[in-house]
Design a protein around this ligand. Sequence first.
Ligand SMILES: *Cc1c(COP(=O)(O)O)cnc(C)c1O
Length: 390
Amino acid sequence: MSEILNIVNEHNKYRSRTLNLQASENVLSPDAREALSSDMASRYSLLMNGEDSYGGTRFTLELVDLTEKLAARVFRSKFAEVRPTGGHIASQTVILSTMKKKENMLSIQEKFGGYTGYQKEYLPKMFGIQNYDIPFNPSTQEIILDNLEKVVKSSKPSLMILGQSIFVRHYDLKPVREICDRHGCVLAYDGSHVMGLIGGNAFQKDVLQYCDILFGSTHKTFFGPQGGVILSNDEDIMERVRRNLTWRTMDNYHPSRLAALGVAMEEMLKYGETYARSVTENSKNLAMELSKNGIKPEYEPWYSETHQVIISETTMKKLGLDLVGFSKILEKNGIIVDREGRIGTAEISRMGYSKMDIIAELISRAVKGEDVSREVEELTGNLKISYWGE
Ligand SMILES: *Cc1c(COP(=O)(O)O)cnc(C)c1O
């Protein structure tokens, strides 16, 4: 057997036996996986003005058209662009479509959970723009509106990007929209982490009522393949987005990825609301149960409105660990979390699991040095993707 395939099989076996609580990850349904590994994985398609530069694309064209329509239905938007191959590519396209060189943008600082890509040495440097910080209160996770207007007045940004990678609370969008209107600024929402919750109507339901653009990853809370999506009700912005995709931010869009995304969109339409509600309920319950077990998450008493439960470095220090140590000790026990203090409930919710008392207890015992790996294996052995009666 191929050595590489051997590694892949070992990986599959390994991850099927672990309890996956990584906030940036999810799991594909067998249908989506089938689409992802289909013949489309090695085919070319390049769309320009509704025409394909390649032959043999009869079905790929049908696929793009239907997946766009499904995405627009899921996110209740007029237009959808499903070709970006990642959330980062989607954000590049949005910046390119709304800003010129030397202009200013606004985003949330990395130390408050903002996306690293918007910090000055990354996308702003690449595009020759300046990034300024959105005034933000970390303890309440709210935008400081009075200060925001001052920053907007002085920096005159052409684009404001909301959204975070450490993301637990919705924004009060109406006043932010009013500030943007008063100063002629495009308002975008990077929903990378929460696209599945928005699609399932469990978080920031008003996003496209107030924001010009919603974009993000398709594989975090949204249970599609790794990729990106851009949504808007604004035809003009969407025209520019479409023009800026091909040969600027990307070339081909990986048709098999798009097929898997289309399958995930169909699934989201069928049971996305049940899924998303279960994700947010599980987070709140997990946070409460962890707290009972002596691991106190941030933002008590509301804890989280998303799939993320946040553990601070300070809390970990009290337990004699840092965040990397926390992740490593859990990993030894077959429980996977990232090394930034986020515990994610998206994947276990997709598995229809809701016994957060059991998960909290396993985490807490592992942190105290107990070996819970057998119990974790037993638990994960019984997990299967849930279709909620569909
Ligand atoms: C993960 C993330 C991205 C990047 O998404 P990819 O799909 O990994 O390219 C962009 N923005 C935010 C806020 C993220 O959390």
